[in-house]
Write a protein that binds this ligand. Structure first.
Ligand code: 4NP
Length: 161
């Protein structure tokens, strides 16, 4: 029986086309597996790909793990996301800078965390941007995000049951 505690998580990168769609798909998959009553979404900061489906290599690598992200559509982060979401995970430090710049007065540092801080607290580790890279880079991105999502479930799931 899923609990009534809900976590609303937003995964954010620059384009919302490579990293954060994978993060949304991986987190959503784990949330379903754990039967948690959480909401997961993703957004980007640069707007170049709004309305597009995830990059074909993000889709391919996700599907190799049984996760279908093909129906996602890129959108921009807005100030309202700070009203809606409990935690906003940035894939990299430059993404945090862009979130601040984009959301202005709505920005709330208490809700923003570097994703890899869940695994390696305080070490400022970015999930590298795979945009120009080969498929291997997307596998590396998948593995990093997968580890972080496991930690998020570990940290918060007990509160949710
Ligand atoms: P993402 O990768 O932030 O992981 O979605 C990028 C995709 C596109 C661009 C930058 C990063 N771009 O500038 O178009």
């Amino acid at each position: 029986m899923p609990g009534f505690f809900t976590m609303k998580i937003l995964m954010v990168c620059l384009g919302n086309i490579c990293r954060s769609p994978l993060a949304e798909g991986i987190m959503e998959y784990k949330v379903q597996q754990a039967q948690l009553n959480w909401t997961v979404d993703s957004a980007g900061t640069n707007g170049y790909h709004v309305g597009e489906a995830p990059h074909r290599l993000s889709q391919k690598v996700a599907l190799m793990h049984g996760i279908d992200i093909s129906r996602q559509s890129a959108r921009n982060i807005t100030g309202n996301d700070f009203q809606v979401f409990d935690m906003i995970y940035a894939m990299a430090e430059d993404v945090i800078d862009d979130i601040k710049w984009r959301t202005g007065n709505a920005y709330n540092p208490k809700k923003v965390k570097l994703l890899m801080d869940e695994v390696y607290p305080g070490r400022s580790i970015d999930v590298p941007d795979p945009w120009y890279g080969p498929e291997a880079d997307y596998h590396q991105v998948f593995d990093m995000i997968d580890k972080a999502c496991n930690k998020i479930i570990e940290h918060y799931a007990l509160l949710s049951k």
